[in-house]
Design a protein around this ligand. Sequence first.
Ligand SMILES: [Zn+2]
Length: 201
Amino acid sequence: MPQARLPDINTAFIKYRNEAIGAMKRKDYDNMHGALNGLNGLLPEQYRVIISSAKYEELTKEDITYECKTCTAQKGEPVEIYKEQVQVFDLYPDRMQRLLFGGQSETVWKCPKCDSTHRLQDTVINITKLQDPYFIKVVPDPPNKKTGLMDKLRFDIEVKKWAWQMLNELEHQMAKFRDDNWMRGEDLGDMEDIDGGEENE
Ligand SMILES: [Zn+2]
């Protein structure tokens, strides 16, 4: 990319950003989406923000695992089982147990690898968040338009939240693009002029 284009992109970026925020405030969501798409389109392909709920969920989901004591003892290192693979159920005491220990049921889970049953209460549960939801270059699909007064109020809140998330991602990608292409001790003067509202040289 020829570097001379960067100040132009920067100027257009600021213009579209102001348009997007202005349209958001006017609840003119068609123009807001248009300006946000415009912002995204200014960035070279490798910096563009991907709009996909499926991809967003994949990147931000939590992984929950249960540690199986039996498998761990056998293997000599922690064996974690994904929550999705585990069957959790309540175990009711039989007559004798009820007599000896009282009548409380217990929540247990069954390890699919070794078939042994463990008390949920005594289980080491690990929760791993794969990524922070910000600056992953992916946002979910924008919220859908709703009908009805209450739904519209709710939609306003959701669409604003989404727009700010998109804007933050775009700003982050723009900053990265600037860093990668411009911040090598070269002509920084151009960049600073733009926020001051001056014309490009
Ligand atoms: Zn096991």
